[in-house]
Design a protein around this ligand. Sequence first.
Ligand SMILES: Nc1ncnc2c1ncn2[C@@H]1O[C@H](COP(=O)(O)OP(=O)(O)O)[C@@H](O)[C@H]1O
Ligand SMILES: [Mg+2]
Length: 298
Amino acid sequence: MPQQKIISILSNKGGVGKTVFAIELAQSLGSLGFRTLLIDTDINTGDVSIKLKLAYPLTLLDFFQKTVDDLSQLAQKVHSFYLVPGAGGHFEFANLYYQQKMKFIRSFRRIAQEFDFTILDLGAGIERTTLDFALTADLPVIITTPEDIQTGYGCAKAAAVRMRELDRNMRRKQPDYPLREEFSPWFVFNKAADNLARGIFRGVEKAAEVTAARREAQIVPRYLGSLPEEHHVIEKAYFRQHLPVTVAYPRQKFCAQMRLMSRKITGQFLPQSSSENLSPLERVFQLFRSEKESALAQ
Ligand SMILES: Nc1ncnc2c1ncn2[C@@H]1O[C@H](COP(=O)(O)OP(=O)(O)O)[C@@H](O)[C@H]1O
Ligand SMILES: [Mg+2]
Protein backbone atom coordinates (compact mmCIF):
# COMPACT_ATOMS: atom_id res chain seq x y z
CA MET A 1 0.00 0.00 0.00
CA PRO A 2 1.27 3.54 -0.69
CA GLN A 3 1.68 6.17 2.01
CA GLN A 4 -1.43 8.28 2.35
CA LYS A 5 -1.57 10.60 -0.64
CA ILE A 6 -3.63 13.64 -1.48
CA ILE A 7 -4.89 14.30 -4.99
CA SER A 8 -6.46 17.63 -5.92
CA ILE A 9 -8.63 18.03 -9.01
CA LEU A 10 -8.59 21.55 -10.41
CA SER A 11 -9.41 23.58 -13.48
CA ASN A 12 -9.83 27.19 -14.38
CA LYS A 13 -13.29 26.61 -15.75
CA GLY A 14 -16.50 24.91 -14.65
CA GLY A 15 -18.16 22.15 -16.63
CA VAL A 16 -14.95 20.49 -17.85
CA GLY A 17 -15.59 17.27 -15.89
CA LYS A 18 -13.79 17.72 -12.53
CA THR A 19 -16.58 16.25 -10.44
CA VAL A 20 -17.23 13.31 -12.77
CA PHE A 21 -13.49 12.57 -12.83
CA ALA A 22 -13.18 12.92 -9.04
CA ILE A 23 -16.07 10.50 -8.41
CA GLU A 24 -14.80 7.98 -10.96
CA LEU A 25 -11.25 8.18 -9.63
CA ALA A 26 -12.45 7.64 -6.04
CA GLN A 27 -14.51 4.66 -7.17
CA SER A 28 -11.65 3.22 -9.28
CA LEU A 29 -9.03 3.55 -6.54
CA GLY A 30 -11.51 2.17 -4.01
CA SER A 31 -12.28 -0.84 -6.17
CA LEU A 32 -8.55 -1.53 -6.53
CA GLY A 33 -8.59 -2.06 -2.76
CA PHE A 34 -7.21 1.31 -1.64
CA ARG A 35 -8.96 3.10 1.18
CA THR A 36 -10.09 6.22 -0.61
CA LEU A 37 -11.79 9.39 0.58
CA LEU A 38 -13.41 12.00 -1.65
CA ILE A 39 -13.95 15.44 -0.11
CA ASP A 40 -16.34 17.68 -1.98
CA THR A 41 -14.33 20.86 -1.58
CA ASP A 42 -16.07 22.85 -4.29
CA ILE A 43 -16.98 25.83 -2.15
CA ASN A 44 -19.22 27.34 -4.80
CA THR A 45 -21.15 24.47 -6.31
CA GLY A 46 -20.36 21.26 -4.38
CA ASP A 47 -22.52 18.74 -6.23
CA VAL A 48 -21.11 15.24 -5.66
CA SER A 49 -24.14 14.36 -3.50
CA ILE A 50 -26.52 15.76 -6.12
CA LYS A 51 -24.88 13.75 -8.90
CA LEU A 52 -25.12 10.55 -6.82
CA LYS A 53 -28.53 11.48 -5.33
CA LEU A 54 -27.35 11.19 -1.74
CA ALA A 55 -28.92 13.16 1.08
CA TYR A 56 -26.99 13.60 4.29
CA PRO A 57 -28.09 15.73 7.22
CA LEU A 58 -24.52 16.98 7.75
CA THR A 59 -22.14 18.41 5.16
CA LEU A 60 -18.88 20.31 5.05
CA LEU A 61 -20.90 23.44 5.74
CA ASP A 62 -21.67 22.08 9.23
CA PHE A 63 -17.96 21.66 9.77
CA PHE A 64 -17.34 25.31 8.89
CA GLN A 65 -20.32 26.41 10.97
CA LYS A 66 -18.89 24.42 13.91
CA THR A 67 -21.79 21.96 14.24
CA VAL A 68 -19.21 19.18 13.86
CA ASP A 69 -15.57 19.36 14.96
CA ASP A 70 -13.97 16.77 12.80
CA LEU A 71 -14.24 15.79 9.13
CA SER A 72 -14.30 12.12 10.11
CA GLN A 73 -17.77 12.72 11.59
CA LEU A 74 -18.94 13.53 8.06
CA ALA A 75 -17.38 10.67 6.08
CA GLN A 76 -19.93 8.27 4.60
CA LYS A 77 -19.31 5.06 2.67
CA VAL A 78 -20.49 5.31 -0.96
CA HIS A 79 -19.87 2.36 -3.29
CA SER A 80 -16.11 1.63 -2.96
CA PHE A 81 -15.07 4.92 -1.38
CA TYR A 82 -15.86 7.32 1.45
CA LEU A 83 -17.34 10.77 0.88
CA VAL A 84 -17.27 13.97 2.88
CA PRO A 85 -20.27 15.70 1.30
CA GLY A 86 -20.05 19.36 0.36
CA ALA A 87 -22.68 21.99 -0.15
CA GLY A 88 -23.34 24.46 -2.92
CA GLY A 89 -24.67 27.99 -2.93
CA HIS A 90 -23.75 29.12 0.61
CA PHE A 91 -22.20 32.54 1.02
CA GLU A 92 -20.26 31.68 4.20
CA PHE A 93 -18.85 28.52 2.62
CA ALA A 94 -17.73 30.36 -0.51
CA ASN A 95 -16.02 33.09 1.58
CA LEU A 96 -14.02 31.27 4.21
CA TYR A 97 -12.17 33.13 6.91
CA TYR A 98 -8.56 32.42 7.64
CA GLN A 99 -9.41 30.51 10.84
CA GLN A 100 -11.85 28.31 8.95
CA LYS A 101 -9.22 27.50 6.31
CA MET A 102 -6.79 26.59 9.08
CA LYS A 103 -9.32 24.40 10.80
CA PHE A 104 -10.10 22.66 7.53
CA ILE A 105 -6.45 22.01 6.72
CA ARG A 106 -5.80 20.66 10.21
CA SER A 107 -8.76 18.33 10.18
CA PHE A 108 -8.16 17.33 6.60
CA ARG A 109 -4.56 16.41 7.46
CA ARG A 110 -5.84 14.24 10.30
CA ILE A 111 -8.43 12.40 8.26
CA ALA A 112 -6.08 11.88 5.28
CA GLN A 113 -3.90 9.74 7.54
CA GLU A 114 -6.70 7.22 7.80
CA PHE A 115 -6.79 6.73 4.02
CA ASP A 116 -4.45 5.63 1.23
CA PHE A 117 -5.83 8.31 -1.07
CA THR A 118 -7.73 11.50 -0.32
CA ILE A 119 -9.20 13.30 -3.32
CA LEU A 120 -10.26 16.95 -3.27
CA ASP A 121 -12.86 17.92 -5.83
CA LEU A 122 -12.26 21.65 -6.06
CA GLY A 123 -14.31 24.50 -7.44
CA ALA A 124 -13.45 26.06 -10.78
CA GLY A 125 -11.11 29.03 -10.82
CA ILE A 126 -7.83 30.23 -9.48
CA GLU A 127 -8.71 32.29 -6.45
CA ARG A 128 -6.55 31.94 -3.35
CA THR A 129 -8.60 29.50 -1.26
CA THR A 130 -9.00 27.09 -4.18
CA LEU A 131 -5.31 27.23 -5.09
CA ASP A 132 -4.21 26.88 -1.47
CA PHE A 133 -6.33 23.77 -1.08
CA ALA A 134 -5.04 22.49 -4.44
CA LEU A 135 -1.42 23.04 -3.40
CA THR A 136 -1.80 20.89 -0.30
CA ALA A 137 -1.86 17.89 -2.63
CA ASP A 138 1.01 15.55 -3.49
CA LEU A 139 -0.60 15.09 -6.83
CA PRO A 140 -2.41 18.04 -8.42
CA VAL A 141 -4.49 17.01 -11.44
CA ILE A 142 -5.58 19.62 -13.97
CA ILE A 143 -8.51 18.55 -16.04
CA THR A 144 -9.36 20.23 -19.29
CA THR A 145 -11.21 19.63 -22.53
CA PRO A 146 -9.34 20.19 -25.82
CA GLU A 147 -11.15 23.49 -26.42
CA ASP A 148 -10.38 24.75 -22.91
CA ILE A 149 -6.68 24.03 -22.99
CA GLN A 150 -5.70 27.69 -22.72
CA THR A 151 -7.58 28.14 -19.46
CA GLY A 152 -6.29 24.72 -18.35
CA TYR A 153 -2.71 25.84 -18.86
CA GLY A 154 -3.56 29.17 -17.23
CA CYS A 155 -4.56 27.19 -14.16
CA ALA A 156 -1.14 25.47 -14.07
CA LYS A 157 0.59 28.84 -14.32
CA ALA A 158 -1.52 30.41 -11.58
CA ALA A 159 -0.90 27.45 -9.26
CA ALA A 160 2.87 27.58 -9.96
CA VAL A 161 2.95 31.30 -9.18
CA ARG A 162 0.96 30.83 -5.96
CA MET A 163 3.25 27.94 -4.96
CA ARG A 164 6.30 30.20 -5.35
CA GLU A 165 4.55 32.93 -3.36
CA LEU A 166 3.74 30.50 -0.53
CA ASP A 167 7.31 29.17 -0.46
CA ARG A 168 8.89 32.64 -0.53
CA ASN A 169 6.68 33.80 2.33
CA MET A 170 7.83 30.78 4.28
CA ARG A 171 11.48 31.43 3.40
CA ARG A 172 11.21 34.97 4.80
CA LYS A 173 10.04 33.52 8.09
CA GLN A 174 12.26 30.48 8.12
CA PRO A 175 15.58 30.99 6.24
CA ASP A 176 16.31 27.27 5.84
CA TYR A 177 12.90 26.55 4.38
CA PRO A 178 13.38 24.48 1.18
CA LEU A 179 11.95 26.19 -1.92
CA ARG A 180 10.29 23.91 -4.42
CA GLU A 181 11.95 24.13 -7.82
CA GLU A 182 8.95 23.33 -9.95
CA PHE A 183 5.23 22.75 -10.07
CA SER A 184 4.44 19.40 -11.62
CA PRO A 185 0.73 18.83 -12.30
CA TRP A 186 -0.77 15.85 -14.09
CA PHE A 187 -3.01 16.66 -17.06
CA VAL A 188 -6.23 14.83 -17.89
CA PHE A 189 -7.94 15.58 -21.20
CA ASN A 190 -11.66 15.07 -20.98
CA LYS A 191 -13.92 14.51 -23.98
CA ALA A 192 -10.88 13.75 -26.11
CA ALA A 193 -9.50 10.77 -28.05
CA ASP A 194 -6.12 9.70 -26.74
CA ASN A 195 -4.09 10.66 -29.84
CA LEU A 196 -5.63 14.14 -29.88
CA ALA A 197 -4.96 14.46 -26.13
CA ARG A 198 -1.31 13.46 -26.53
CA GLY A 199 -0.90 16.01 -29.32
CA ILE A 200 -2.34 18.76 -27.15
CA PHE A 201 -0.14 17.66 -24.27
CA ARG A 202 2.96 18.19 -26.45
CA GLY A 203 1.70 21.75 -26.92
CA VAL A 204 1.43 22.08 -23.13
CA GLU A 205 5.06 20.95 -22.76
CA LYS A 206 6.15 23.58 -25.29
CA ALA A 207 4.15 26.25 -23.50
CA ALA A 208 5.86 25.25 -20.25
CA GLU A 209 9.27 25.74 -21.93
CA VAL A 210 8.24 29.25 -22.99
CA THR A 211 6.95 30.02 -19.48
CA ALA A 212 10.27 28.85 -18.01
CA ALA A 213 12.33 30.83 -20.57
CA ARG A 214 10.39 33.96 -19.60
CA ARG A 215 11.12 33.14 -15.96
CA GLU A 216 7.43 33.30 -15.13
CA ALA A 217 7.25 29.85 -13.53
CA GLN A 218 8.78 26.38 -13.68
CA ILE A 219 6.08 23.97 -14.73
CA VAL A 220 6.78 20.32 -15.45
CA PRO A 221 3.54 18.90 -16.87
CA ARG A 222 2.85 15.18 -16.73
CA TYR A 223 0.41 13.24 -18.84
CA LEU A 224 -2.12 11.25 -16.84
CA GLY A 225 -4.56 10.31 -19.59
CA SER A 226 -7.67 11.06 -21.57
CA LEU A 227 -11.39 10.31 -21.32
CA PRO A 228 -13.64 9.86 -24.33
CA GLU A 229 -16.80 11.86 -24.74
CA GLU A 230 -19.60 9.44 -23.84
CA HIS A 231 -22.70 11.57 -23.38
CA HIS A 232 -25.17 8.75 -23.60
CA VAL A 233 -23.48 6.55 -21.01
CA ILE A 234 -22.75 9.42 -18.62
CA GLU A 235 -26.28 10.69 -18.87
CA LYS A 236 -27.73 7.24 -18.18
CA ALA A 237 -25.40 6.62 -15.24
CA TYR A 238 -25.57 10.03 -13.55
CA PHE A 239 -28.92 11.48 -14.50
CA ARG A 240 -31.06 8.34 -14.44
CA GLN A 241 -29.33 5.90 -12.12
CA HIS A 242 -27.20 8.30 -10.04
CA LEU A 243 -24.29 5.90 -10.19
CA PRO A 244 -20.64 6.34 -11.18
CA VAL A 245 -20.10 5.12 -14.76
CA THR A 246 -17.47 2.70 -13.45
CA VAL A 247 -20.22 1.07 -11.34
CA ALA A 248 -23.07 1.20 -13.86
CA TYR A 249 -21.24 0.49 -17.12
CA PRO A 250 -17.78 -0.90 -16.34
CA ARG A 251 -17.19 -2.22 -19.87
CA GLN A 252 -17.23 1.20 -21.50
CA LYS A 253 -14.05 2.72 -22.96
CA PHE A 254 -14.46 5.59 -20.45
CA CYS A 255 -14.05 3.06 -17.60
CA ALA A 256 -11.04 1.36 -19.18
CA GLN A 257 -9.37 4.78 -19.35
CA MET A 258 -10.26 5.46 -15.70
CA ARG A 259 -8.68 2.15 -14.65
CA LEU A 260 -5.56 2.98 -16.64
CA MET A 261 -5.21 6.33 -14.88
CA SER A 262 -5.88 4.83 -11.45
CA ARG A 263 -3.13 2.27 -11.99
CA LYS A 264 -0.78 5.00 -13.16
CA ILE A 265 -1.48 6.95 -9.97
CA THR A 266 -1.03 3.98 -7.64
CA GLY A 267 2.16 2.94 -9.49
CA GLN A 268 3.51 6.45 -9.04
CA PHE A 269 3.59 6.05 -5.27
CA LEU A 270 5.46 2.77 -5.07
CA PRO A 271 8.08 2.72 -3.66
CA GLN A 272 7.20 5.21 -0.95
CA SER A 273 8.53 8.74 -1.15
CA SER A 274 11.11 9.98 1.33
CA SER A 275 9.68 11.31 4.57
CA GLU A 276 12.58 13.77 4.78
CA ASN A 277 10.92 16.03 2.23
CA LEU A 278 8.12 18.24 3.41
CA SER A 279 4.87 17.25 1.79
CA PRO A 280 2.93 20.03 0.02
CA LEU A 281 0.28 19.82 2.71
CA GLU A 282 2.84 20.36 5.45
CA ARG A 283 4.20 23.37 3.56
CA VAL A 284 0.84 25.12 3.26
CA PHE A 285 0.01 24.21 6.84
CA GLN A 286 3.29 25.65 8.09
CA LEU A 287 2.72 28.83 6.12
CA PHE A 288 -0.73 29.35 7.59
CA ARG A 289 0.62 28.70 11.06
CA SER A 290 3.41 31.22 10.66
CA GLU A 291 1.04 33.78 9.08
CA LYS A 292 -1.13 33.42 12.14
CA GLU A 293 1.86 33.78 14.46
CA SER A 294 2.96 36.99 12.73
CA ALA A 295 -0.62 38.32 12.80
CA LEU A 296 -0.75 37.67 16.55
CA ALA A 297 2.64 39.30 17.05
CA GLN A 298 1.46 42.57 15.45
N1 LIG B 1 -16.36 12.37 -20.83
C1 LIG B 1 -17.57 12.95 -20.82
N2 LIG B 1 -18.46 12.70 -21.82
C2 LIG B 1 -19.66 13.29 -21.82
N3 LIG B 1 -20.11 14.15 -20.87
C3 LIG B 1 -19.28 14.43 -19.85
C4 LIG B 1 -17.97 13.85 -19.76
N4 LIG B 1 -17.38 14.31 -18.62
C5 LIG B 1 -18.27 15.14 -18.03
N5 LIG B 1 -19.42 15.22 -18.77
C6 LIG B 1 -20.61 16.03 -18.45
O1 LIG B 1 -20.20 17.41 -18.41
C7 LIG B 1 -20.91 18.12 -17.41
C8 LIG B 1 -19.93 18.81 -16.46
O2 LIG B 1 -19.23 17.83 -15.70
P1 LIG B 1 -18.77 18.11 -14.20
O3 LIG B 1 -17.99 16.92 -13.77
O4 LIG B 1 -19.93 18.50 -13.35
O5 LIG B 1 -17.82 19.38 -14.42
P2 LIG B 1 -17.10 20.35 -13.35
O6 LIG B 1 -17.06 19.63 -12.05
O7 LIG B 1 -15.76 20.62 -13.93
O8 LIG B 1 -17.94 21.60 -13.29
C9 LIG B 1 -21.82 17.12 -16.69
O9 LIG B 1 -23.11 17.22 -17.22
C10 LIG B 1 -21.18 15.77 -17.05
O10 LIG B 1 -22.14 14.75 -17.05
MG1 LIG C 1 -17.67 20.18 -10.11
